[in-house]
Ligand binder design. Structure first.
Ligand SMILES: *Cc1c(COP(=O)(O)O)cnc(C)c1O
Length: 381
């Protein structure tokens, strides 16, 4: 079956009680039992809820995985994965990392004794240089946020296999439509479902997809023991979003390409970060492991005056100034003061994230209108 078909039908079974074609929102905390332990498969909704079960079935389909678990947010999903490890364990991760992941690693987990090595994961040598007997996990994002660096998932998966450690990929930026890390050898995929999967900027949710039964059992135990579960209404909204994920991603890919080229040819722009350019440093890898390049683009203005940058991000009308990404509507963001403000300035600058960087999440509006909006903002600055 082709992807678009799979997405429309993922996780959907007519409701056994009524035949309803859409999974009902089972807004209930508990389930009546005939006698103790004699129930219909559901006992208490933190452990299991039928709307969540449908969604988790669908989430597994998205990454062609055996198992999926839904969490109350992307960072809750990340936290559950990190709970597979113990203080003293070492994790190698990228130095261009989602700000919230960095905050969880550096401010919550590192003080407990987890050790994080932030490296340039676009180069296998940097993994090798930071590996030791305590290393248990490699955690990568590709493309990275916000500099759109690409790491070679298959090469890193092979390296991890050789070392007998796990590879987890935060696949939020690519979306499951454009990239499937499990098929390239990764052990665990994490998504901020909030972004492309839900797609309508109306829900916070996270997901973990994987094939290993033993790891799944541990993560399920964490899900119910720590309790970061999404509510049934949120699960329903995500099930609805998944039906159009293929269509939406085609539109994001198309608009992303148009906007990236427009910016690249704009005399007011110094540099554009988008992994679909043939002169992007890791373009061959992006082309090999991605089906499309999505709608995430970062760029720097020629002007280095911070006032111009702040004026630009406040001038667009269709591109709303907001954190987040992956919704049908376009957003503009200033990472240094917004999404990445939790990363200390000297670390940001060392990693190439300048105060002048602007990030776009290109939505599915008509590309002509998006270009006109950017054109208007350039004329203001
Ligand atoms: C948003 C985001 C997260 C965190 O997800 P939440 O749903 O906001 O908790 C993690 N990684 C990336 C790349 C993100 O964009």
């Amino acid at each position: 079956m082709k992807t678009a078909t799979k997405y429309v039908h993922a996780g959907m079974e007519p409701d056994t009680a009524t035949g309803a074609i859409m999974t009902p929102i089972y807004q209930t905390s508990t389930f009546v039992q005939a006698s103790p332990g004699n129930n219909l498969g559901y006992e208490y909704a933190r452990s299991k809820n039928p709307t969540r079960t449908s969604l988790e079935t669908a989430l597994a389909v998205l990454e062609q995985a055996q198992y999926a678990l839904a969490f109350s947010s992307g960072v809750a999903a990340t936290d559950a994965i990190l709970k597979l490890f113990i203080p003293g364990d070492e994790i190698i991760t990228c130095n261009d990392l989602y700000g919230g992941s960095y905050r969880l690693f550096d401010k919550i987990l590192a003080p407990q004794g987890y050790i994080f090595n932030y490296v340039d994961t676009t180069k296998i040598e940097s993994l090798e240089q930071n590996y030791n007997a305590k290393t248990k996990l490699v955690w990568i994002e590709t493309p990275t946020n916000p500099l759109m660096q690409i790491s070679d998932i298959q090469a890193i998966a092979n390296w991890c296999k050789h070392k007998n450690i796990l590879l987890a990929v935060d696949n939020t930026f690519a979306s499951p439509y454009c990239q499937n890390p499990l098929l390239l050898g990764a052990h665990i995929v994490m998504h901020s479902v909030t972004k492309y999967i839900a797609g309508h900027s109306d829900v916070i949710q996270g997901a973990v997809m994987l094939n290993d039964k033993n790891l799944y059992d541990k993560l399920y135990f964490t899900q119910k023991s720590c309790g970061a579960v999404p509510g049934p209404l949120d699960c329903f909204l995500v099930l609805r979003g998944i039906k159009t994920l293929a269509l939406r991603m085609e539109a994001h890919n198309k608009n992303g390409q148009v906007v990236a080229h427009y910016l690249k040819n704009n005399p007011n722009v110094k540099q554009v970060y988008w992994c679909g350019f043939t002169d992007h440093p890791q373009y061959p890898i992006a082309q090999k492991q991605m089906l499309g390049f999505g709608g995430m683009i970062s760029f720097e203005l020629k002007s280095e005056r911070i006032e111009d940058v702040l004026k630009f991000v406040s001038s667009t009308k269709l591109f709303s100034l907001a954190e987040s990404l992956g919704g049908v509507e376009s957003l503009i963001n200033h990472p240094a003061t917004m999404t990445h403000a939790s990363i200390p300035k000297e670390i940001r600058l060392k990693n190439g994230l300048s105060d002048g960087l602007i990030r776009l999440s290109v939505g599915i509006e008509d590309a002509d209108d998006l270009i006109a909006d950017l054109e208007m903002a350039f004329s203001c600055c």
